[in-house]
Design a protein around this ligand. Sequence first.
Ligand code: CMC
Length: 424
Amino acid sequence: MASAKLQFDGKEYELPTVVGSEGEVGIDISKLRAQSKGITLDPGYGNTGSCTSGITFIDGEKGILRYRGYPIEAIAEEATFSEISYLLLNGDLPTASELEEFDEGLTYHSMLHEDMKKFFEGYPPTAHPMAILSSMVASLSSYYPGANLEANLDLNITRLLAKAITIAAFSYKKSIGQPFMYPRNDLSYTARFLNMMFAVPAEPYEVNPVLERALNMLLILHADHEQNCSTSTVRMVGSSGANIYASIAAGICALWGPLHGGANQKVIEMLRMIQDDGGGYQKFVDKAKDKDDNFRLMGFGHRVYKNFDPRARILKKAADDVLEELGIDDPLLEIAKNLERVALEDEYFVERRLYPNVDFYSGIIYSAMGIPVNMFTVMFALGRMPGWLAHWKELRRDPSARINRPRQIYVGATEREFVPLAER
Ligand code: CMC
């Protein structure tokens, strides 16, 4: 591909281009400042490639999402989450024996150090489980001091994936005042999580295969999404040389925001508000359009997808299927469908190409599974864990990686004289 030319301040600069395996073009401006003293300005990074990556491909115009080349539609229902975690982390699907070994790692690293149980005692019962998850993940680094050694990289990835579900389930048990259920080695990754969430010591608990299947699908759909806000955060923190636990904890915090993973909780709160209001859908669509009102349709819109989010399509159908299989009639599903219909007929949403995203229908399925609303973003974090870890690993293995350090255009006061306090 030919280089790009930039004319600026009477001079011409030749900028090399990089072409991705799907034909995407990047204009490499990394030497621009050294040559011209100019930088590029792109608030929100909507047009900035921060790295090259071989993990996930998205074509937002066509609604394509592929993990390591595999279309999301092909793997969402057929694969297991641990298989897809292996794929993201290692580049190819595992053979049966590779998967067995990987699963064994996830099983035998799933317990927390007993001392960590004391941490949970310090949180109020109302603590948001995202606060617990992020701080517990950061705290893991104090138990594994070799966390930053290259030789321990895969071991720490396994530890983090294995322990994340235990921390998440313990935070839920803590919030409802029930005893922690230890991870069971005879169960799959997803069944182990469900058992830790819903079993109690007093009676036997059988993991419902409908729930296990639904959870597999939900986690796979969230497993990676290239350079989104939380993954970029993981890479940003990791680029300083911070250890894997610190980097992932930062990603969890980034995910928590309502414009990112926190949207799934906000969607259910919004649907309940519409239900309680009883005043119809147009009112809320109008509120979302009103620039003087900070209300937005949560679960709508995406930086990259401009025609549809393939994950939302899969989830809309799955919501119908899972609720039917579980024999649940949730009025919020009907409200969500009606809201989608009214919004998609509205000029404002059409013009801006705003469609339901992954968070729009996921909460309805989580609710049907018995997962409380304040755990929804934790579920997103559990799903995104292998993606974050794969990006962290890719960054560590990239010989061209440098510390991430954007620049700015300063618009503050120019130099002025300091006047001592007594003279002001
Ligand atoms: N409701 C009403 N208006 C919206 C919405 C919405 N949900 N989303 C975008 N817009 C409008 C926005 O006001 C702007 O209008 P205008 O051009 O008149 O100023 C235009 O559409 C473009 O929006 P933007 O905010 O510049 O787009 P962005 O790419 O910066 O933000 C987004 C993307 C996902 C943060 C945004 O669409 C949003 O806030 N959605 C609601 C929150 C949400 O569902 N987040 C989950 C995202 S998907 C899962 C994930 O990756 O975390």
